[in-house]
Design a binder for this molecule. Sequence first.
Ligand code: 13P
Ligand code: SF4
Length: 355
Amino acid sequence: QIPVHYMTMEINELEERAKAVKSRLGDRLFILGHHYQKDEVFQFSDATGDSLQLAQIAAANRKAEFIVFCGVHFMAETADILTTNDQKVYLPDMRAGCSMADMADIYETNRAWNALTQTFGETIIPLTYVNSTAAIKAFVGEHGGATVTSSNAEQLVEWALTKKERLLFLPDQHLGRNTAYKLGIPLEHMAIWDPIQNDLLFEGDLEKVTVILWKGHCSVHENFTTANIENIRKKHPDMKVIVHPECSREVVALSDMAGSTNFIITEIEQALPGTSFAVGTEMNLVNRMIQNHPDKHIISLNPYMCACLTMNRIDLPHLVWCLESLEDGFASNRIIVEEAIANKARHALNKMLQQ
Ligand code: 13P
Ligand code: SF4
């Protein structure tokens, strides 16, 4: 809980205070902002990007003493793993988690790995979406695997299948399935690991299973449906449907284009004036693109606009509180990944960053 006066402060005062801390700390402070952040926070970012870009930027920064991550918990953990011991990483609101990352815990993962290696022997390599806890990244690093983001999942799935006959993809079944399908792996060669039933679900020939998908998903991107696309096709036949690969296979199959956050932003930026898009991704980003491209007709694919509640927990009062308390030396929201976990997780992250 932050002191209540931050929550009742006027927006102008909060903005002045954020600017003042930034100018006092100069290069000692570096604020990273994910594209899904609210504008009130995003405007104070020194660097913005999707998950891959922010991980690369954090890894390259050796100057800042304080890194404030406006994003979610797993992103701040990644920044802590990739920065030096002298750099301190903060998350303005510790409640900014990720429901997808929470869908794979380390106990369930070890249990799954034991069962899967009993079935398939030493033929599996694990990959994890960066949207996972540091402990899962450490597990993957320890077993020779790598992290992936939506921008490089294809390269890393291809790489993994040069190492082993099959892979376990954590924790997003949709990104895993969409990526493998795009690479030509048939759906009947994919199985699902259900961590609740502790069971492998598949149809067909067990020997042919190449990709084992963890049964996790993004609670934001699952809200885009094939019915949403059918409505768009009826109402706006010329509109291009562009979605993130955290959407289901059926939604990706019906869309015109699917790709990472960076892909979506670039496609819309580069489109000719007058082009219209229905976008299947997080609401703050869709709203920002609507504002930034008045020459294009952009709407959300889901008329109710899908927001990531945990990304939205980072608001201006929390950011200002975080900045002022870290300057005073009293910040209680530092993200520290235990060294033993960080070392193993770094192996998995570095494999991705070196691709
Ligand atoms: P990217 O930034 O990799 O596109 O991921 C989207 C997301 O859901 C972040 O939580
Ligand atoms: Fe997690 Fe989805 Fe929110 Fe990204 S958008 S932080 S994957 S819940």
